[in-house]
Write a protein that binds this ligand. Structure first.
Ligand SMILES: Cc1ncc(C[n+]2csc(CCOP(=O)(O)OP(=O)(O)O)c2C)c(N)n1
Ligand SMILES: [Mg+2]
Length: 542
């Protein structure tokens, strides 16, 4: 450092100084010479660095950190194949609105086109799935570029950003202006649109809230609760919104969704798109209020009755302060509670059922007995994860990680790494299909070597269940949908430095799960589940 206003060093040092200023606390990476200066900067300053066996896990780990902690997550990927291997992770972050920054190495600019190793222009590949993508042309531009990329990533609607640093830029020493303190703009909602939404909700007879990931990402969980309580509106959740109201809250609902959607006259969708998960915003006769964190998130395929766009805390606090006439919706809430209780009783039976082979419901019944309230659960798979969504009830916000609407298999070990780094002392549990396991299980080696214990529960039905059953229903036969039955994924984990066991009897699940959480190393419980069991769904394409 020359003075408080100027910093000097090689490109890696300048980048890391700016990254720190924006709250980045660790780097996820897989080795590559093009990015050595970033490692050098981290090594010399004790900045935590975690490495993986496939770049997608680095990006997923960065995304988990970003999702859970509401701050930027960083993945550093080498030029060319390192970056292209990270594209599915970037795309998932784009769909999830996660503030992930990928810094790529890049072949040298001074001989661009001459055929350097791993030479490709990354920008056209990543531009459609990032909010900001740029190549940094000179060392002194690095802090400014990092600040611009992270400002874009952190500004609602949040999302990933990408920078690449040509070889001579990242390796050369220079000096530059020190990064300024982050200044992330707040998106101000239109007060008239907020008032219109409040009036619609307050005067509805049977209103209903569906709160999604941006409520957590926008740190608006408390404001959501206040708005729901003062306006007396039942709340359903999806994605990172799950757990926003504790399950025992009078207004928290999960199982009576069908009754609620059928009966509601006003449906308030907050912080989640009107996509396939919400019948594309078509709820029959009900009016829709769509509350989003930025104007870009407004649906273009439907016209809601009102659609306030802006900082969700501001919008939800304004709803909570509504002073007009408010209904108590007591009859409507009681109707839903009756449906909810009946569904819960059915679930409880399924979760206790003693079947041979084991059905997924029982796995979750046993898991619920050993999971702590603040446990982080991660879903990576098909039907097995749909069941996790149905039977697990996150008790606290920010404890449930699913892949989001992009639906990318393979998040498992990366998300687990990000969750473990975030919460060194909590339970971290990955619910994994046996098919999904193939994408990231090698990264158990990364977890074991870096002493990052997690529990992995595999629903091992020997098939790509979510594809096999629909294909059979559609064609009467299936192809490319079988996996090796009863494969010992626990032995794979043992070979990689973890531990595990196979469970074929329901009565043995409890003991295995207890051992898994006590193990202190990555531990895989390989549960042989019923291949005949298919998750009931209306639309079967995934
Ligand atoms: C990267 C990727 N490839 C393929 C798919 C399509 N897909 C969605 S679910 C699924 C089956 C998952 O099988 P498994 O993990 O074994 O879970 P199961 O349905 O058997 O419980 C597949 C192949 C996808 N979503 N993402
Ligand atoms: Mg399977």
């Amino acid at each position: 450092m020359t003075s408080p206003e100027r910093i000097e060093g090689h490109g890696g040092e300048l980048a890391l100084a700016a990254l720190r200023a924006y709250g980045v606390k660790e780097m996820f990476t897989l080795s590559g010479g093009h990015v050595f200066p970033l490692y050098d900067a981290a090594h010399k300053t004790g900045f935590p660095l975690y490495d993986v066996r496939h770049e997608q896990s680095a990006v997923f780990a960065a995304e988990a950190v970003a999702k859970l902690q509401r701050r930027p997550g960083l993945a550093v990927l080498t030029a060319g194949p390192g970056v292209t291997n990270g594209v599915s992770g970037l795309t998932s972050a784009y769909f999830n609105g996660s503030p992930v920054l990928v810094i790529g190495g890049r072949a040298p600019a001074f001989r661009w086109g001459a055929g350097s190793l791993q030479e490709i222009d990354h920008l056209p590949l990543v531009a459609p799935v990032t909010k900001y993508a740029a190549t940094v042309g000179a060392g002194e531009e690095i802090p400014g570029a990092v600040a611009a990329a992270l400002t874009a990533a952190l500004t609602a609607h949040r999302g990933p950003a990408f920078l690449d640093l040509p070889l001579e830029v990242i390796f050369s020493a220079t000096d530059a202006d020190a990064p300024a303190a982050p200044d992330v703009p707040l998106v101000e909602p239109d007060p008239d649109e907020v008032a219109r939404a409040a009036q619609l909700i307050a005067s509805a007879e049977r209103p209903l809230i569906i709160a999604g990931s941006d409520v957590y990402a926008g740190d608006a969980v408390a404001a959501l609760r206040e708005a729901a309580e003062t306006l007396h509106v039942p709340v359903f959740t999806n994605g990172m919104g799950r757990g926003a109201l504790p399950p025992e809250h009078d207004l928290a609902f999960a199982k009576s969704r069908r009754t609620a959607l059928k009966g509601a006259d006003v449906i308030v969708v907050i912080g989640t798109p009107l996509d396939f998960r919400l019948s594309f915003g078509d709820f029959g006769g009900a009016q829709v209020v769509h509350i989003v964190d930025a104007p870009t998130q407004r649906a273009t395929h439907v016209t809601p009755a009102a659609s306030p766009a802006g900082d969700l805390r501001l919008i939800l606090s304004a709803l909570a302060d509504y002073e007009g006439v408010r209904e108590d919706h007591a009859g409507w809430i009681a109707t839903l509670r009756t449906a909810e209780d009946a569904a819960k009783a059915r679930d409880a039976e399924e979760m206790a059922a003693e079947t041979d082979p084991i059905r997924p419901a029982r796995v979750y019944g046993e898991l619920r007995k050993v999971l702590a309230r603040d446990a982080v659960t991660i879903g990576d798979g098909g039907d097995f994860v749909s069941y996790a969504g149905k039977y697990l009830e996150p008790a606290e916000p920010g404890t449930w990680l699913d892949p989001g609407p992009y639906g990318c298999l393979g998040t498992g070990m990366g998300y687990a790494m990000g969750a473990r780094v975030t919460y060194p002392d909590r339970q971290v549990c990955v619910l994994m299909g046996d098919g999904a396991a193939g994408f990231s299980l090698m990264d158990v080696e990364s977890l074991a070597r870096q002493r990052l214990p997690v529990v992995i529960v595999v629903g091992n039905n020997g098939i790509w269940g979510l594809e096999k059953h629909p294909m059979r229903a559609m064609y009467g036969y299936d192809v490319a949908a079988d996996l090796q039955p009863e494969l010992r994924y626990d032995d794979v984990v043992k070979a990689l430095g973890g531990a595990g066991e196979t469970v074929a009897k329901a009565s043995e699940l409890g003991g295995a799960l207890t051992r898994a959480f006590d193990a202190g190393v990555p531990y895989l419980v390989n549960v042989l589940t019923d291949p005949a069991d298919a998750y009931p769904r209306s639309s079967n394409l995934a």
